[in-house]
Design a protein around this ligand. Structure first.
Ligand code: NDP
Length: 454
């Protein structure tokens, strides 16, 4: 054999593990290297523990709302350390499962940092392996701005393993992570402030949903500071004090930055192997996931395209089906559904109203804004908002947006309909499930008037 392996994967996260298992399933000889625990960001410091935290935080609302249904209780309390221990046990279980999945599919695991020596050679610790192909699936890492005092802040990585909850936290950023963690910390009883540099967070999502989420988060007690920039952070007593660009300041016991993530490509030896990166450090690939070094491929967050776990796994499957399964597999990147696990959720698939108009489409906008049945008995005042964007030229539903409980669960189903090319008429002809929030998606009769919809 010319090489030790047919495929050597660097990074055992969602994309790398899936690609390796599939390749081995097609009969390829596969090795995989991972420096940290198996499962990567999603399993260890991302989707999975984050969602567990979201559940934990949501009990705050659940306990309060139960009074509206006749429940009385003498006050509930939350123990952070107990939660962390239970969460860590579950993550350890998942790490083991990932190991078993790799072992059972015949992938050889190598623990340690992998560094490319050339386009067919990888060094892991002091061992050298050759491979016909190499797959870079090293994901991303938090990207913190270099402001004075940046050494005092944490990223989401550390948020999962805090010794104790702070009394007050400031979260900087206005993307998925900042918004989700603001809801988590506030729900767990931490005095929470979110600082965002722009006029309204979650840029790119539906404006009505973003505005309603602003109201929902404020109602829950989160302080939202928009159009606000932090210039520097200093130690102040047992906590920290941030000087704002406009001259003001804010204090907290903990500052967490969620200002984006960057591709994890430093120190991998990519340049030596002839792999070109873009100016953000992402591996440049063609539409077959092949880098400028033709034996080296890359999938998932390290390519900085659609930084979502299910996209990385889909890419891993498509790549290995093509390389080893003799199939012409491709990922369809249209209509990728997504959800911000805020309280309540913001789920979306397809185009926003704004984006559809920018593209010059003739659209009809259907909107429903109401108090869900559950909250007619609670004092929460929580509202839900559902929106459909319809292309007037062919009646196709080209966007669905929802702010409300379980929007992630609901939008997943809508995404299937949109993938199948559903028209508004299909939605209208679908019988609702009553009483649900989701049934609003099939009972929206009148579009917004043209003049206000413009
Ligand atoms: P995002 O890219 O979503 O958001 C980054 C935010 O930080 C933006 O609001 C941006 O502002 C702001 N920002 C960027 N640079 C600075 C700066 N120098 N100073 C102040 N603010 C700044 O990143 P996240 O870290 O929230 O998440 C990373 C990725 O992880 C997401 O893009 C997503 O793909 C994935 N993810 C997905 C989740 C899910 O599916 N539920 C959950 C968590 C993460 P501006 O808008 O002005 O650019």
């Amino acid at each position: 054999m010319k090489y030790d392996y047919d495929l050597f994967t660097i990074g055992a996260g969602s994309g790398g593990v899936r690609a390796s298992r599939f390749a081995a399933g097609f009969g390829a000889r596969v090795g995989i290297a991972e420096l940290g625990p198996l499962g990567g960001t999603c399993v260890n410091v991302g989707c999975v523990p984050k969602k567990l935290l979201v559940y934990a935080a949501h009990y705050h609302d659940d306990f309060a709302e139960s009074r509206g249904f006749g429940w009385t209780h003498s006050g509930a309390s939350f123990t952070w350390r107990e939660f962390v221990a239970r969460k860590d046990a579950e993550i350890a279980r998942l790490n083991r499962i990932y190991g078993e999945l790799l072992d059972n599919s015949g992938v050889t695991r190598h623990a340690g940092r992998a560094v490319l020596q050339d386009a067919h050679t990888v060094k892991v610790g002091d061992r050298i392996f050759t491979s016909e192909r190499i797959l870079i699936a090293t994901g991303g890492v938090p990207d913190l701005p270099e402001i004075p005092g940046a050494e005092h802040v944490i990223s989401s990585n550390e948020a999962f393993h805090l010794e104790a909850l702070p009394r007050r936290i400031v979260i900087v950023g206005g993307g998925y992570i900042a918004v989700e963690f603001a809801g988590i910390f506030q729900g767990l009883g931490v005095e929470t402030t979110l600082v965002y540099r722009g006029p309204l967070f979650l840029r790119g999502f539906d404006t009505d949903c973003r505005k309603l989420l602003t109201a929902e988060m404020t109602r829950r007690g989160i302080r939202l500071l928009f159009d606000t920039r932090i210039a520097q952070i200093k130690v102040a007593g047992k906590g920290y004090r941030a000087g704002l660009a406009d001259g003001g300041h804010i204090e907290a016991d903990l500052f967490m930055y969620a200002t984006g993530r960057r591709p994890n490509t430093q120190g991998l030896g990519l340049e030596a192997a002839g792999v070109k990166l873009n100016d953000k450090g992402a591996v440049l690939i063609n539409d077959e996931y092949q880098s400028s070094a033709h034996s080296i491929y890359a999938i998932g967050d390290v390519t900085d395209r659609h930084n979502l776990t299910p996209v990385a796994t889909a890419e891993g499957m498509a790549l290995t089906r093509r390389l080893y399964g003799g199939m012409n597999a491709r990922v369809d990147y249209s209509n990728i559904p997504t959800c911000i696990f805020s309280q309540p959720n913001l789920g979306a698939v397809g185009l926003t109203e704004e984006e559809a108009r920018r593209q010059g489409r003739r659209i009809a906008v259907y909107k429903s804004d109401f108090t869900p049945l559950k909250h007619t008995l609670t004092e929460s005042g929580e509202e839900a908002l559902l929106k459909l964007i319809v292309d007037r030229d062919n009646d196709r539903v080209i966007g669905a947006h929802m702010l409300g409980a379980e929007a992630g669960e609901i939008i997943q189903g809508i995404a299937v309909a949109m993938k199948a090319g559903a028209t508004k008429r299909h939605f209208d002809e679908t019988i609702g499930i009553h009483p649900t929030t989701a049934e609003e998606f099939v009972t929206m009769r009148e579009p917004e008037p043209e003049e206000t919809a413009q």
